[in-house]
Design a protein. Structure first.
Length: 392
């Protein structure tokens, strides 16, 4: 849990050189001090390594930070469906019966030899969808074209990639149909019982709503709500310099709020990896930065991608390579900034060495000064999909 802070209590992070022992091979990336009078010293890691700790949610964890290999896309043997990432054929499901990977040394995608009308089978309680090629699901042991928009469905895996199987009829919520993501207006209620990837940021529950924000009404019923919104909409104003480091925002997910009425709330600002002792308010889904980006995501036709109906967005080679990379990076960045466990405060006004070490997975080699100078408030595009999230 984050504790109340005064801006003057936030630790300071500065670039420097850390003396390494002969056997360490440059594994220590933080030289901890008191963080106030004497800043924490941050040193960059070797290529393909990043500085990380058990958890960055507590600034104290910098004391245990070391250089570890940068996480890259990995595939488990004999699990990847048609259209999903692979680097060799053994990673593709059913490779012993003709499934193969288009690449054997670099990232490619799996191909299934079982097309429309081909035989598929149930195994271990699974309906056998993964035997089928992209755009197919298994029905009565035959690979069948996935359902299109507005067709009746009983699970997400039957709909085309990019469509959610939800019920929006407010009387009974039992008429499930394949529905485009990002289209339900604020106040609309829907049944999520058949959404498979509930927490997926592209193809999950929140993604059904135009606001990318939904609240629980009952066990399976959710309601689209506007995203919570900071009272200030200038990036530099999210910085808290004084001793009363409070952040005021409009909450639409509070118990006493609804789709048209917000409640004003306050939250403590949070310390981050800054080169001065100030705290930052986190960004929220109702802020202009997130709203503007998600409006562009909503315009995408995800059904056009060559993906398996059961795949997540990040598993599918086609979606992650054919969506405009700048837009995809920007969306992943916005998700990072509003996330409860990461958040804008961790990357606001990072010093260059911090961006190259601690928050490397976020910045991906970009210059942080160009995006988070306290005098420059523009929103720039950063971040690659496969490595965006700092793991906790």
């Amino acid at each position: 849990m984050w504790v109340k802070v005064q801006a003057s209590q936030c630790p300071i992070f500065k670039c420097g050189s850390i003396e390494q022992s002969a056997e360490s091979n440059k594994t220590i990336c933080v030289e901890p001090n008191d963080g106030i009078q004497n800043p924490h010293i941050i040193d960059t890691c070797d290529d393909d390594y990043e500085c990380t700790a058990v958890s960055w949610s507590s600034i104290d964890q910098v004391k245990n930070a070391t250089c570890i290999p940068v996480e890259t896309h990995s595939a488990v043997e004999n699990t990847m469906r048609a259209g999903e990432f692979c680097s060799n054929t053994t990673q593709c499901f059913n490779h012993g019966n003709g499934a193969n990977c288009t690449q054997q040394t670099s990232l490619g995608f799996c191909e299934s030899p079982i097309l429309e009308g081909g035989e598929c089978q149930n195994d271990a309680g699974s309906p056998g969808h993964r035997y089928c090629s992209v755009g197919m699901y298994c029905k009565s042991k035959k690979c069948t074209k996935a359902l299109t928009i507005d067709q009746t469905c009983t699970e997400d895996d039957l709909c085309q990639f990019g469509l959610a199987c939800i019920a929006t009829d407010n009387a009974t919520f039992t008429n499930f149909t394949c529905t485009n993501y990002g289209q339900l207006e604020n106040g609309a209620q829907f049944n999520i019982e058949h959404i498979v990837q509930e927490d997926d940021d592209w193809l999950g529950i929140n993604s059904v709503c135009q606001s990318h924000s939904a609240v629980e009404v009952s066990t399976y019923i959710r309601e689209c709500r506007p995203g919570n919104k900071n009272n200030v909409q200038i990036e530099g104003d999210l910085r808290q310099d004084g001793n009363d480091a409070n952040c005021t925002f409009q909450s639409f997910d509070a118990a006493e709020a609804n789709a048209t009425h917000s409640v004003e709330k306050q939250e403590n600002a949070k310390c981050g990896f800054n080169h001065a002792s100030y705290a930052w308010c986190t960004k929220r889904k109702g802020d202009r930065w997130f709203v503007d980006t998600f409006e562009k995501i909503r315009d995408l036709d995800l059904t056009k991608f060559n993906c398996h109906p059961s795949s997540s967005f990040e598993e599918c080679y086609s979606s992650t390579n054919e969506v405009d990379q700048e837009l995809a990076w920007q969306f992943q960045r916005r998700l990072f900034e509003v996330d409860e466990f990461t958040g804008f405060h961790l990357i606001a006004d990072n010093d260059k060495c911090v961006s190259e070490a601690i928050t490397r997975s976020y910045w991906q080699g970009r210059d942080p000064d160009s995006a988070h100078s306290i005098t420059l408030y523009s929103s720039l595009v950063l971040v690659a999909i496969s490595t965006i999230m700092i793991m906790f």
